[in-house]
Design a protein around this ligand. Sequence first.
Ligand SMILES: [Zn+2]
Ligand SMILES: [Zn+2]
Length: 311
Amino acid sequence: MKCTFCGNQAVYLRPYDKLSLCVQHLNEQMRKRVQKEITKNKMFGRKDRIALGISGGKDSVALLDILHKIEKNFPESEIVAITIDEGIENYRDEGLLYAKKHVSKLGLEHHIYSFEKDFGYGLDEIIRILGERGKKREFGACTYCGILRRKLLNNAAKEIDADVLVTAHNLEDEVETILLNIIRGDIQRLTRLNPKPKKIHESLVPRAKPFRSTPQAEIVMYCVINDLEYQEIQCPYSVEAYRGEVREFIFKTQEKQPMLSFNILRGQDKFLNLIEGGHTKGELKECEKCGEATAGKICKSCWLKEQLDSR
Ligand SMILES: [Zn+2]
Ligand SMILES: [Zn+2]
């Protein structure tokens, strides 16, 4: 198999457009797609302090590498790494190791926050206190983890004075979230999935996902061809996720319809255009306890804290 662009030995055949790519051209295609996503959605300003959440998994490791290459052209902007330690035994330590390794190799600032230190309870402890799923505990572990991770990432981004908070969600992650919102009938939330970073509330740092149109398979390939080590084992709690079924649907259907995820993502962007940017500021209130934006009286993280403290 020869590279469509240069005729050198190809390492990857893109299933959706049948382009075969050599190492150099796969790298170039990946970087171009991220760059286009950033430009099209005005994700960064020239002097931005960019907070990047890095877990040590393939997505964040690859995004760090690509963003660092892109940012070389913008000397006034800066990438700062944030890692959240959820407190998951036999899992988080390995990811943290890879995160530290890649960040220090590039000589970037690295801030590590932990559920235990910054919230009062680690995830293992939370699950132990709340008990077995379906009996005493209402939601899967990922729900609690997601609430706290979002909160801590935002707090961290505020503390380090970041202009924008970047996460490494890839194409299939984004499509999964879109489908889940549709399945739940949560159109409100669908309108908030906006690719353009927006200051929707004083307490929230605008967010960006430069990998939102990059397929997972290409990210894995990128790590392999660039010798980027990452954590491969799955989180022990991932078996509890409802997301799993939707995820399976996406990857299975994609085998026969390689454009599936791109089509859904494009549909979402068209939908946002139709409603002209979506979410309005007025709908968010301030949490009575911590002041962060919430739709209810108190935010989900304060709600969880109350539950845990009372047991
Ligand atoms: Zn080539
Ligand atoms: Zn709160």
